[in-house]
Design a binder for this molecule. Structure first.
Ligand code: CMP
Length: 137
């Protein structure tokens, strides 16, 4: 099934110069880049994006980190894109993520885990709308 998914390269990926390496993996998989932009996220947007995690012990660290530097937000399209990207990204904790995955190869800390990717169709629709508005094509 053709799907779109939302991918954010977090401040650690941008600061460490990993943008090209991460995007190259998504392109190599065969996913199509639909939209992308760099931006600074403010607290209001960060809290809305991570609304499901509100109240969890790591929420404050997460919001502070995501607002701490430039991110690159993007939309990718392809067959089962949500699942395909989640597999490329690997487990949330980089020390648990398999080698060969983005987090497994580039990350060490759970907050600074390189990338965020939508985990469901509901999340992808919500996140694409939140960061890109009405992306019709
Ligand atoms: P992400 O996929 O962006 O979704 C929520 C983020 O919270 C997650 O990646 C991690 O960077 C961060 N996080 C920090 N601590 C935890 C934790 N204990 N469990 C899940 N996510 C965490």
């Amino acid at each position: 099934m053709m799907e779109r998914t939302f991918v954010m390269l977090k401040p650690d990926a941008v600061e460490r110069g990993l943008v090209g390496a991460v995007l190259a993996r998504l392109e190599a998989k065969g996913l199509r880049l639909v939209a992308a932009k760099t931006m600074l996220i403010d607290r209001r947007l960060a809290e809305e994006h991570y609304q499901l995690h509100k109240g969890k012990p790591f929420f404050e660290d997460l919001v502070q980190f995501i607002c701490s530097g430039m991110v690159l937000v993007s939309v990718w399209e392809g067959r089962n894109a949500i699942r395909a990207v989640r597999q490329l990204v690997g487990a949330t904790d980089p020390t648990a993520a398999a080698p060969g995955t983005i987090r497994g190869d580039f990350g060490l800390e759970i907050t600074r885990n390189i990338v965020h990717a939508s985990d469901s169709q509901e999340a992808s629709a919500r996140e694409i709308r939140l960061f890109f508005g009405d992306l019709t094509r």
